[in-house]
Each structure stands twice: as structure tokens, then as C-alpha cells.
Design a protein around this ligand. Sequence first.
Ligand SMILES: Nc1ccn([C@@H]2O[C@H](COP(=O)(O)OP(=O)(O)OP(=O)(O)O)[C@@H](O)[C@H]2O)c(=O)n1
Ligand SMILES: O=C(CO)[C@H](O)[C@H](O)COP(=O)(O)O
Length: 411
Amino acid sequence: MEPVSAAVSAVLPAGGSGERLGGATPKQFCGLQGRPLVSYAVRAMERVSWISDIIVVVSPENIETMKSIVEKYGHKRVTVVKGGITRHRSIFNGLKVFAENQSSNRLLQKPEVVIIHDAVRPFVEEDILLKVVTAAKEHGAAGAIRPLVSTVIASGEDGCLDHSLERARYRASEMPQAFLFDVIYEAYQQCTDHDLDYGTECLHLALKYCKTNAKLVEGTADLWKVTYKRDLYAAESIIKDNLSQQICIITDLKEAVAQVGFLLHESLKSQVKVEAISISLRKNDSHLQNIFSGECYNFLCINDKEYATEEIQQLVDMLEKSNIPLLYPVILILVHLSISENISFSIGLEELTKIKKFAREVKKKNILVYGLLIQCKDHFSLQETVNSAAALTMALIKDRNPELIGQLLVA
Ligand SMILES: Nc1ccn([C@@H]2O[C@H](COP(=O)(O)OP(=O)(O)OP(=O)(O)O)[C@@H](O)[C@H]2O)c(=O)n1
Ligand SMILES: O=C(CO)[C@H](O)[C@H](O)COP(=O)(O)O
């Protein structure tokens, strides 16, 4: 698909109260892996370089909360705007920032195309944004659709079935949607109070008031709207699943360490993409920097020292500088390799306490540290132990459980 040749901005309505979810906090501010849902939607827009301004519309009482989210997660190009009592009124307020001078917000450059996307749909990808924007440029309006999951039926006044719709002919209207700015702004200006208070479909407004038939674009299943409590669980699972796709194994040049690194790589590679690097952390390895920028959120650091404080601290510093832990918790598994002939447990209580203390400290930086002990008694049992270490590693990176930090697991 051609790159975007129009000025594009986005409006994210986030001014609802989340009644159907029924939580104490509106759903857009609920934490997923410690970060509010709305921040994921903002990030999804922000990482698209051709989107200029991102307008987040929130209810008046949440303006400060939203501003602090923008600040905390370092979001860029975001303007926070006061919402209305319905979704349509909130979106209209968001659009006004481009067309009318507001007392609290400066006038922003009017885009040719505006994306409208619910702040509670966190998994929107650049690909679908590009498709709706391109279609909106050509047709005036466009929106993502999905096949209906259930048949739509109408009930009569007596509460009995009146008629049902032929499911294959209808689609669920999802988000994102995109519009020529002038089309959707004109439509909102002409809206009646009834439209603004009871309407649920922006594409319909473009049709009703600007005779613009929106192009419908097939979207992915991940575009669904977080509505009920179970949707928060589903969203968190998807995030965890995305974060556990890749792991980086870090070893030094010692033969025994490198060998265990190799065996772990072999054992993990059928389940997860593995990057293996053998480095001295002192050198601020550029390969490691590349891995950071490649969005890897899991690290397995193998060494045979009692407790490799200096190396690990350097890795933590590098991770912190990379900004990864700002948006997602990073898993750091410290593999302690114990090479001894006898079966005795070679790590002392003092070391265990040190790991725990260190883990508590770096948790504040959103880095979750776990210890993993691999004992190499003899060559024959090593493979079995490595397989067990790989299984524990997968469990840790998939679960991302902050309560287990600082624990030493024995493979
Ligand atoms: N007055 C409103 C109402 C809704 N929205 C936003 O519109 C999107 C889609 O609305 P919906 O899922 O219905 O959110 P809520 O209205 O919060 O949910 P509910 O209907 O369960 O109360 C959400 O991002 C919501 O925050 C908004 O900006 N202003
Ligand atoms: O369904 C939609 C399609 O336009 C909108 O995405 C929106 O989510 C509807 O919100 P509400 O459930 O509050 O009417």
C-alpha cells in the first residue's frame, strides 16, 4: 500500500464511565501489566510516524489523571481535551480543537484526514490505520468491520421475536474509523441533540448529513472493544502473550557457561524466538542495544559466579536507558550455574537475601528479576536439568508475576 500522502491526526474518545464493566475506575484507566489501558491506545497511535496530533478526550474530572499518564509514560504529540456526556459529544469536542479556538487548548493544524478510535481498543495496528485512512481519502469516510458473532434479532412490543436479520449480510462496526476532516466536522455541526445523545455510529452521521457512503474495511479480531470485565482479562493475556515472543540469552565467554547457554537456546527455540549473545557487559555491547530496540522484553543472564552484582547492575542500567521498562515490565532471569561434583546446594542464605533485595529495588524500575539455579553434577543429567530450566523460564516470561520476584527457582 502507498504511504500516506495526507496530513492525518487522531481523536481518541476516552470520556466514558465504563458502566458495563462495573469497576470502581473507568475502564480506560484500568491497569494492564501496570499501565492504564488508555496508554496502550495512545502508544498504538504514537508509534505511527505519519499521525501528527493525538487528541485524547476525557471527562472533566479525569483531565489531570490523563495529563499525568501522558507525563509518566512519555507520550508525545498528545493533547488532552474535555469530554461530553455521550461518546458523540466527546468526539465533537475533540474535533473542535482543530477548528475552533478553545479557551484551554490552542488551535491545532487542521488535518485532511482524521482517525477516530476508541481509547478502549488497545490493539490497533498501523496496517489497519493505513487502510482506513487511504479509503477515507478516496471515499470521504471509512471504518473497520468484523463478521457478526451472533445473529441480530428484533423483539416486538410483547417481548417476542419480531424478525431476525440474515447474519451473512450484516457486519459489526468496529474502530478505527477515518474521515475527511471537513466531512465529519460538517456532520457533527449539523447533528441534532438526539443524534448527539443517542447515536452510536460516526459513519452514520457522515452518511446522514454529508451523503458520504463510508468504505468498509475488514479488520482483525483484536480490534474488539474492552467492554466487560472479562475483556480486561483477555486484553492482559494478549499483552502477556505478545511480550513473551522473544528472549535474549546472555552468557560470557567461559566454556561451561556458553555450553549451558547453547543447550538452553536449543531447548527454548521451538517455543520462542531466541537471541543468544556472548558478551562482556562492560563493553556496552552494540548487539545488545539492537536487541533492546528490537522490542525484546525477556533476558536470561547466565553466569557461574556466586552473585554477579556488577554485570547485572550494568544490564539493568542499559535496560533502563533503553526506555523499554517504561512501557512494559521486563523479565530478567539470573541463571546461577553451579558446577560441582557433589549434590550439595552451593548458594548460601546471604546470596538469596541479596537477590531478593536487588529484585525489590529494580522492581521500582519495572524490571522483574528472578533467580534460577542450574546444577551440573554430570554431563548426563545436564540435558534434563536444562529442559527443566527452559520450562521454568517459559512459565516466568508467560506469567510475568510480580509477586515471585527475587525467588530462586531450582531447575
Ligand atoms: N461520554 C463519553 C462516553 C464514552 N466515551 C468513550 O467512547 C469509547 C467507547 O464507548 P464505550 O465502550 O461505550 O465506553 P463507556 O461509555 O465508558 O462504557 P459503558 O457504555 O459500559 O458505560 C470509550 O473509549 C469511552 O471512554 C467518551 O469519550 N465519552
Ligand atoms: O460501536 C461503535 C461503532 O461505531 C463504536 O465503536 C462505539 O464503540 C460505540 O460506543 P457505544 O457502545 O458507547 O455506543
